[in-house]
Design a protein around this ligand. Structure first.
Ligand code: ZN
Length: 327
């Protein structure tokens, strides 16, 4: 019997409710978190071969850029988060759909859910959730990041040195125009991205969108303290008339840093049909063979990608902002 098992047994004895759950289903994300020392971090030890090779071309591309010293291939994530993602898909009861009602549950102060996880929902929809704090960062830094990085593809590479390939916006002059508000710079200014999610490249067109247009109650959003929004509706770059995803990234200032709440839905979920183009998702996804099994693998790979890239961004953002935040 290992020390870990002993520690777990004594922990469970003192927490009868957890013990009952653990006896029925084995580990839960809560029990993994309780067993893992707080703040323990682990290096990312697996990268697809395509990502290993991408790193070398990105390293070459970023040579000579003023921000080259922020290009750091050392990836680390919280140990508890990495272990929790290996427990299989979330229970459906712990997932949100992309409905207006569920978006508003997400910002309800009474809403509770596992910190992160993945699942397959209706319409062969890959679902991912994550909630994390960027230590020493602010929501303003996140807003800056989303107006600064798409100006040059190499800036996007800082975010995930092994997996981010291309990034551009339709109107870079508007995105860079500091005389405009954040909203006027980023909304209705489609963002093309190419990145490796797992071993496979994905090419997406992200339409960053006002939270109220996505379905959030503007008053509740404000009362919850969210001041950064990089959420939007998304479709494949190769079929710009199709919407098959929604992505939520909302940030607020909390004690010690910035809290980022993220959700992703990729598929033909019926609740996405309030967005024009989503009615074409089912046909397209079927044509490319995106069934429940593919959705589940995609959801896990995306959950890992999201965990890595946002922990990595958290590790560089405050210093990057200090150096380039006035640009
Ligand atoms: Zn990414």
């Amino acid at each position: 019997m290992s020390d870990g098992t002993l520690a777990r047994r004594s922990l469970l004895k003192s927490l009868p409710l957890l013990a009952a759950g653990a006896a029925m289903m084995g580990s839960t994300s809560e029990s993994v978190a309780a067993e893992t020392p707080e703040n323990e971090r682990a290096p990312v030890t697996y990268l697809p071969v395509s990502a290993q090779k991408q790193f070398f071309s990105n390293k070459e591309a970023i040579k000579g850029k003023a921000y080259e010293s922020f290009f750091n291939p050392k990836l680390e994530v919280p140990t508890a988060d990495a272990l929790a993602l290996q427990l299989g898909p979330l229970d459906k009861a712990d997932c949100l759909t992309p409905s207006v009602a569920d978006l508003n549950r997400l910002i309800d102060p009474a809403y509770k859910s596992p910190k992160q996880g993945y699942a397959v929902l209706e319409g062969s929809t890959a679902y991912v959730q994550n909630r994390m704090v960027f230590p020493g960062a602010t929501a303003e830094m996140l807003r800056w990041w989303f107006t600064w990085h798409p100006i040059e593809r190499e800036r996007y590479m800082l975010w995930f040195p092994q997996a981010h390939i291309e990034n551009s916006v339709k109107d870079p002059a508007r995105l860079a125009n500091k005389n405009l508000s954040y909203e006027d710079r980023i909304y209705d200014n489609p963002n093309y991205v190419k990145e490796l999610v797992g071993p496979a490249p994905m090419e997406l067109l992200i339409r960053f969108t006002d939270p109220a247009k996505l379905g959030f109650d503007a008053g509740a959003f404000k009362r919850a303290g969210f001041t950064a929004n990089a959420s939007g509706i998304v479709g494949p770059a190769q079929a710009t008339d199709v919407i098959n995803s929604m992505m939520i990234h909302i940030g607020r200032d909390v004690d010690g840093g910035m809290e980022l709440v993220s959700r992703y839905w990729i598929g033909a979920h019926p609740e996405l049909r309030r967005f024009a183009g989503a009615e074409k998702a089912a046909g397209m996804m079927q044509k490319v063979g995106f069934n429940d099994q593919v959705a589940e693998m995609t959801a896990y790979e995306l959950a890992v990608h999201d965990m890595i890239e946002f922990n990595h961004l958290a590790s560089i953002l405050p210093a990057l902002y200090e150096r380039f935040g006035q640009e």
